[in-house]
Design a protein around this ligand. Structure first.
Ligand code: BGC
Length: 336
């Protein structure tokens, strides 16, 4: 296991690699994944310009998103009969924790070589009232690079002395092997239902069975869904849906599998929902870490999170820490 730290004024950068062929770099800004590479090839995309990556206009590439990922209608968090006014950053809506959300906070980093692998640990104390959210929360985001297999695991922990709510995710955009776009990659998602959305991509408590291009239970080429005229005609403009993961007996089961002719990535998680967003509103022409310029469908974000509006799942408090994980496992296709 190897690592190095690049000290920067805006946020330090940590580069890590394991003998499995997996390399990753992380930023203290938003406890983010800047890039993942496997067998020498890029597996993710992000803005090449680190100053932009670290700025609030980053479009969430690789960032830890929260306190509550996704959209909150009228920026009103209504739980237990109380209303908390959150920061709006998309018209009246609060998206991904607001403009002072976790993705824009500088975490403190440390590195530990443990039995589990190389651990890159980020901590941040989010003050009471930050971005409108109640309660002071001590957040820990730990990335673990396995020593033997090409696996990167993210663990989220939140501790608060008062009752509050979290739904943290990672907003990396995947593109396995450095292609111009992900249209030719296929995606499997273990979900028979998606969250029904209102105007403005606002999630509701209702779910609807998957069909057509939203039925990913047997895998589909991303272009089939992202370019499905029915989806393109909507505000989503491609994949921008919250899939509700089917329950399974096995403790560790794929939530999603992304693959193309050369590489495969399996995503495991204990979260119950997965937002799939096919980069439908790119910053056209922006230079990316994989050498291409950003175009529509340059990458695909697979955001495991708590089920929207399910505040009992999101709750943390004095006797109830918040804990979740997401694990990405990479492999090469046979013969490559
Ligand atoms: C959302 C998209 C949004 C994007 C911003 C995704 O998680 O689902 O609607 O445009 O984040 O980067």
């Amino acid at each position: 296991m190897r690592y190095s730290i690049v000290e920067r004024e805006d946020a330090n950068l940590i580069r890590a690699s394991s003998d499995s062929g997996l390399e990753a770099s992380f930023s203290e800004m938003g406890a983010a994944i800047v890039e993942i590479r496997y067998a020498g090839a890029p597996m993710t995309i992000a803005p090449k310009d680190l100053a932009f990556f670290n700025s609030p206009k980053d479009a969430y590439f690789g960032k830890t998103v929260g306190r509550i990922a996704g959209r909150i209608e009228n920026s009103s968090l209504v739980v237990d009969g109380k209303t908390y006014q959150l920061e709006a950053n998309e018209g009246l809506t609060s998206l991904h924790g607001g403009k002072n959300g976790i993705s824009n906070r500088r975490f403190k980093s440390s590195i530990k070589d443990s039995d589990r692998g190389l651990e890159i640990i980020f901590i941040y104390d989010s003050p009471d009232g930050e971005a409108g959210y109640p309660g002071e929360v001590a957040l820990t985001v730990t990335y673990i690079l396995d020593k033997k297999i090409p696996s990167l695991r993210v663990e989220y922990k939140g501790v608060s002395t008062t009752k509050t709510w979290l739904s943290l995710t990672n907003h990396s955009y995947f593109n396995l092997g450095g292609n111009n776009h992900v249209g030719e990659s296929s995606l499997y998602v273990r979900a028979s239902n998606v969250v029904e959305m209102k105007n403005g991509l606002i999630p509701t408590k209702n779910s609807i069975p998957v069909n057509g291009s939203l039925d990913l239970r047997h895998g589909k080429f991303i272009k089939e869904g992202a370019m499905d005229p029915k989806l393109v005609a909507t505000r989503a403009h491609g994949y921008d849906h919250c899939f509700l993961l089917d329950e399974v007996e096995e403790e560790k089961k794929h939530a999603a599998v992304l693959s193309n002719a050369s590489y495969c990535m399996e995503l495991f998680t204990d979260y119950k929902a997965l937002v799939v967003y096919s980069d439908n509103y790119p910053t056209e022409g922006m230079l990316l870490t994989n050498g291409h310029k950003e175009i529509i469908h340059s990458g695909i974000a697979l955001e495991a999170e708590n089920r929207p509006l399910d505040y009992s799942e999101m709750e943390l408090g004095p006797d109830k820490p918040y804990r979740h994980y997401i694990e990405y496992v990479f492999s090469k296709k046979k013969g490559r």
